[in-house]
Design a binder for this molecule. Structure first.
Ligand code: AHG
Ligand code: MN
Ligand code: MN
Length: 322
């Protein structure tokens, strides 16, 4: 499709009406979140709520607001059946007759809010398995191979929706004058090679040996392979993965000594980002298996992740296994 197409037109031509309704509800919710983020300092919604979420992490006011907004907007779509969020302990039934199950990280990278750095919303959509009535956990425990649509909204220098319905990846920029999403990045393809590595290098003493060696490889001088690579790390998965998708690179949140499953959540961070990345020609693994092949067994489970340009992910694997 040509640049400038509206999100609604694009969906009408590429996916079914029931799924489109869910995606358009998320898009409407994201516009409110984007506006809140832009005005956060004036509206007195910076800072923390004083509560911790189910994972024991500090909840920012905007984490909480974004979660409520997305839930409300999804409820307005009668095809949405169930909702899982980083900010809710359990699952929520939105419509007993709904068809789709939505898992979200309402605000990713929220420790960056006060610093005015890019943050995002991540979503994954699958079809429900259960009959009409309340949804159950099993509806959410589907591998990424069953994902029907996934993507993220990045609230950065622009607000952009990057989405896949399993047929390539497209980016839509939010027009701040008429509040519509317009196709600005058609058919995004990521480079097979990259010169950026993104990880929290401050944790290096907690890394396993193979990871330490990969970091040494990235920072070593070698003219032929254009090393050293550049280290870029925002601390917002959406920001880091999006930059690498556009420019080529690898984002890693590894398992650390003592944190065998890493930090990032499988259902609403890693699976959707992996689906987008694979659809753009990249690769995403837990250091061993494809992220999309991992069978979820807990709502808020974590996994290590290696995601981005294919050759860089393969290179990291050589060090992990060598
Ligand atoms: P969230 O704000 O949704 O809790 O996610 C934060 C995540 C992710 O976005 C980022 O890549 C990672 O935490 C950063 O973690 P470190 O501060 O440990 O590097
Ligand atoms: Mn997150
Ligand atoms: Mn979050």
């Amino acid at each position: 499709m040509k640049k400038g197409a509206t999100l609604a037109d694009f969906l009408e031509n590429t996916t079914n009406l029931d799924l489109s309704k869910v995606i358009l509800s998320l898009a409407e919710g994201s516009k409110i979140i984007s506006n809140l983020i832009s005005n956060a300092g004036i509206a007195d919604i910076l800072g923390v709520t004083g509560e911790t979420n189910v994972q024991g992490e500090t909840v920012q006011k905007l984490d909480d607001l974004s979660n409520k907004i997305l839930m409300d907007y999804l409820r307005a779509s009668e095809t949405a059946a169930g909702y899982l969020s980083e900010e809710n302990e359990g699952i929520v039934t939105l419509h007993e007759n709904g068809k789709y199950i939505i898992s979200v990280d309402p605000l990713d990278g929220s420790s960056n809010i006060d610093a005015c750095a890019p943050i995002g919303t991540i979503f994954n959509i699958v079809e429900r398995l259960s009959p009409a009535g309340s949804v159950n956990d099993a509806d959410f425990f589907q591998t990424g191979n069953h994902t029907k649509a996934a993507g993220y909204f990045i609230y950065g220098s622009s607000t952009i929706l990057v989405i896949t319905t399993g047929n390539g990846v497209n980016g839509f920029t939010l027009n701040t004058e008429n509040h519509g999403y317009y196709l600005s990045h058609p058919d995004i393809k990521t480079s097979e090679n990259g010169k950026i590595y993104s990880l929290n290098q401050g944790n290096i003493e907690k890394y396993e040996e193979g990871m330490k060696k990969f970091v040494s490889y990235c920072s070593a001088i070698d003219k032929e392979t254009s090393r050293p690579y550049s280290l870029r790390y925002i601390g917002s998965m959406v920001g880091d993965v999006h930059r690498n998708l556009i420019k080529g690179g690898i984002f890693i949140y590894p398992a650390n000594k003592g944190e065998k499953k890493g930090k990032l959540r499988l259902l609403y961070e890693c699976i959707p980002m992996a689906f987008v990345t694979e659809q753009a020609g990249g690769k995403a693994t837990d250091g061993n298996q494809r992220i999309l092949d991992l069978q979820p067994v807990e709502l808020h489970e974590r996994t290590a992740i290696f995601i981005g340009s294919k050759n860089l992910v393969d290179k990291a694997h050589e060090f992990l296994n060598g």
